[in-house]
Design a protein around this ligand. Structure first.
Ligand code: NOJ
Length: 564
């Protein structure tokens, strides 16, 4: 084992002290693509309400909703024009309240997406801010005078291609947008901005919601003055500015302190290190419960995410283990492979053709048996796959479309090669409609879906999966039950075995004299050698193949053993 992977033999909290979310599983809904109740082709609150029993049966504890606030939808709701309402495309506040009550009636919780690094350019705050240089809200956003020759103030680029600064003709100044030009960044250094956000968060908690998933929250603190050349400081200069911990602690105090209830806060943090994450999630510091880190989903990126590299299993295992060890003594992991920004895990890390069931369940076991809170993204629980649409016209995601245009028009790359990158990594892979059954449009809508359904829906859908004796849903259900019932799954100490093995993903969890062992052959070939007997000691708790005493794992075979 390498030094980097040394488990510093940490003992975790006793179960009685553990926070409720250590044994909870979160399900993410991307509302546009989940279920449409009114035939306009876009998923909505009514659609979510009609599938709550499905989620209760799966057994998840928390539902996280991607944004449903009023929005011009340039980035599917991550560009918000009104934080205190519901976009009519999804429903209204009465329907939201009904949804919340129905979620609570089923013993589940509801967590909202909080997008406060930026607003929409149609938010009244930005409209005021843009109106003149002496408007009282001018300083709520990042305005800068042009550089020499009218150029942007610095060389930062937007996550969606092109410069991160746009000139606004009204005042002749540039504003900062780390994402689309329609998503101007708020200036968190202005205390009025912070207080306005905290008041809005309190109003959602007063309404009864159970917490927040915080969009790119480490980007709110910027090193905006250290922007050029060598002065840029670490990273890109716009993540993790020096005030970030103060902002998080202040938010916690202003929004959650003294409030009764079991809340969940998870901060999405591109570029966060394990050392920083340990600070953010140290309960004593009262900042966040957990963060989403990006290292394990960046290992297969080449020059950009659209130039993918082959999966490197040892590197992936060691990276996940680094996070397990790094947050063992203090802090907590969130566990995910899929979400609305990532390609489908079975296509990316598994084999979505011959071994779809086996590889989907293998990664489920490997993920859910780690120490942390697992997140299931809609469709993951039936093994939904990536899609390959014929042309860029079929895609809807601003990131993929802008990337395609830039690569083809400005860098002269061939459309076919650029599309290959979109097939592998584009966010629309995760955003095709939920496949409920084999009727037209997969039972997602009676109208025309806003983005086409994956053509594999006649065979890959909830109904078919649940009828099958190889049901991915059933496997997730078992994993969720195990997290609820077994404190070793929730809290046991983690140890990675065989870090350099190119096929085998194996690890143990240990607590109070009980050892759980996961052995998983993450490849299309049988394991190259028999497993040593100590790895198969004890009772077989769960497996994705018919039970066998064979010590050579079959392709994508994954087993969980328990021994005392
Ligand atoms: C991260 C979100 O997950 C992504 O979907 C969005 O485009 C950006 N933040 C900007 O809000």
């Amino acid at each position: 084992m390498t030094d980097e992977l040394q488990n510093t033999s940490v003992t975790s909290n006793p179960a009685s002290d553990a926070a409720w979310w250590t044994s909870a599983v979160v399900y993410q809904i991307y509302p546009r693509s989940f279920a449409d109740s009114n035939g306009d082709g876009i998923g909505d609150i009514g659609g979510i309400r009609s599938h709550l029993d499905y989620l209760a049966e799966l057994g998840v504890d928390v539902i996280w909703l991607s944004p449903i606030y009023p929005s011009p939808q340039h980035d599917n709701g991550y560009d918000i024009r009104d934080y205190e309402n519901i976009d009519p495309v999804f429903g209204d506040l009465d329907q939201f309240d009904a949804l919340l009550a129905e979620v609570h009636d089923r013993g589940m919780k509801l967590v909202m997406d909080l997008v406060v690094n930026h607003t929409s350019d149609e938010h009244p705050w930005f409209i005021e801010s843009a109106s003149s240089t002496d408007n009282p809200k001018r300083d709520w956003y990042w305005w800068r005078t042009p550089g020499a020759n009218g150029t942007p103030p610095n060389a930062w680029v937007s996550a969606f291609s092109g410069p991160a600064w746009t000139m606004d003709a009204t005042t002749g100044e540039y504003y900062l947008h780390l994402f689309a030009a329609q998503q101007p960044d708020l200036n968190w250094e202005n205390p009025e901005v912070r207080q306005a956000v905290y008041a809005m968060m309190r109003s959602w908690l007063d309404r009864g919601v159970d917490g927040f998933r915080m969009d790119v929250i480490n980007l709110i603190a910027k090193r905006i003055e250290l922007i050029d050349g060598d002065e840029r400081g670490e990273g890109l200069g716009f993540t993790m500015g020096p005030q970030i911990h103060d902002f998080m602690a202040e938010m916690h105090r202003e929004v959650f302190a003294g409030r009764e209830g079991n809340f969940l806060t998870v901060g999405e943090m591109p570029g966060v290190s394990v050392e920083e994450a340990a600070l953010f999630t140290d309960p004593a510091r009262k900042e966040l419960d957990m963060v989403f880190q990006f290292e394990h989903v960046s290992l297969d990126s080449g020059e950009s995410k659209f130039d993918p590299l082959e999966r490197d299993l040892p590197a992936l295992k060691k990276n996940l283990a680094k996070w397990q060890y790094g947050l063992a003594a203090t802090g907590w992991n969130s566990l995910y492979l899929d979400n609305h920004d990532q390609p489908r895990l079975v296509s990316r890390f598994g084999n979505d053709a011959e071994f779809r069931y086996e590889s989907a369940t293998l990664w489920a076991l490997v993920l859910h048996l780690q120490r942390g809170t697992p997140y299931v993204y809609q469709g993951e629980e039936i093994g939904m796959t990536n899609v390959r649409f014929g042309s860029i016209e079929d895609y809807r995601d601003i990131e993929s479309i802008n990337h395609y245009r830039e690569a083809v028009d400005e860098f002269d790359r061939s459309p076919a090669s650029v599309l290959e990158g979109v097939y592998a990594r584009g966010r629309d892979n995760a955003r095709t409609p939920m496949q409920w059954d084999d009727t037209e449009h997969a039972g997602f809508t009676a109208g025309t879906p806003w983005i086409a359904v994956n053509p594999n829906y006649p065979v890959l859908n909830v109904l078919a999966d649940r009828k099958s004796h190889r049901s991915v849903f059933d496997f997730y259900q078992r994993l969720i039950e195990l997290r609820h019932s077994d404190p070793v799954v929730a809290l046991g100490d983690f140890e990675l075995l065989e870090p350099d093995h190119p096929q085998l993903f194996a690890f143990t969890r240990q607590r109070d004299g009980v050892t759980l062992t996961v052995v998983a052959n993450a490849s299309d070939e049988p394991l190259s050698e028999a497993l040593p007997p100590q790895l198969t000691a004890g009772d077989l708790v769960l497996s994705n193949y018919p039970v066998s005493d064979e010590l050579v794992l079959r392709p994508w075979e994954a087993r969980l053993y328990r021994t005392r």
